[in-house]
Design a protein around this ligand. Sequence first.
Ligand code: T4K
Length: 374
Amino acid sequence: MGKIFVTQPHLPPLDEFYPYLQEIWAGKTLTNGGPMHQRLEAELCDHLGVQHISLFANGTLALVTALQALRITGEVITTPFSFVAGAHSLLWNGIKPVFVDIDPVSLNIDPRRIEAAITPQTTAIMPVHCYGNPCDVDAIQRIADNYNLRVIYDAAHAFGVTRGGASVLNAGDLSIMSFHATKVFNTFEGGAIVSPDAKTKQRIDQLKNFGFVDEVTVVAPGINGKMSEINAAFGLLQLQHIERAIARRREIDAMYRRLLGDVTGITCVAPTGQDTANYSYFPILVGPEYPMSRDELYEFMRANDVLGRRYFYPLISSFPMYRGLPSAAPANLPVATALALQVICLPIYPAMTDDDVERVASLFSLSERCALVY
Ligand code: T4K
């Protein structure tokens, strides 16, 4: 029996990729907004139901650029329960992150706690649709409107997620996505910014290309954030398979819920607030009633070649560059602090077989018995 990783990228048959490569070879445009790049932007707009997309080399560069595009400064309110790229993108822009605790059900930033964190220096809120579960975007927007703040969503996990009949990527001022190999939709490495109007997209496109407007005009200290033609071509191919890939994830999600629903002390985090989910992660919480601690269960799974991950432990706020901030104190973040010690993301990816899912689930009854023996 082989290892079961937390995820495996979905790779369409290799021979389906050759025609794209032949087209690139024939055209000799390898990057700088070539035809594959343009096609992928257009097809993603259609597929996701958004107006404007700018592709990036990865999600982190998209985050850094989104903050630049809106000229965000001062302090930004964000969640500690996420991947570290979010807060890092603030530091790269000289912005101070202000951490706000999460909601215990959605595991997203708790809108009820945002107002108390606003100061005269606050310019924006950067929530994360964690695991693809949408934030309470209406509550967040009300606060942003009241205090004249911008909202940049880290939608790295939210590919294809809809809420209230529309893409969640349309919420706020900008949304950023990640197309990293570990994501539902991947371009090996990649990312994007969704913007609401052509003018904002134009500024973002300039910023991701060194600030160039034309051959001789540079209007901003931009960066090189461009996605290459190979990555964009792979994205075009992936798009043809995405619905089947997500459908298989949905089946795996349902199997886990059926097999683990009655395990005492295990909570399968429920999807909240979306009409269309993408099943990008399968987080569980290991509570005190479970006979093993979270870390004992995690190690037990590893010993059995099931490589779940403790996303998102440790909290971002506990890393050395953040823990000195007043908002990073565990007392300010009691829910995130507690849940980061309980969470394990179980393997979920389209190539998992039913036997794989059963093998993962069987470890729970096995681990219960092992714990009793100890
Ligand atoms: N915002 C949020 C909320 C994010 O979650 C992320 C990224 C970002 C922003 C930034 O977007 P990017 O700049 O990355 O586009 C992974 C990813 O590297 C990272 O993209 C992702 N979030 C984060 C949650 O997870 P690791 O350190 O867990 O990856 P790694 O290499 O341990 O991979 C996990 C498992 O996936 C491996 O055990 C095997 C499998 N795998 C991985 C890769 C890379 C494969 O089978 N093939 C592969 O090529 O960070």
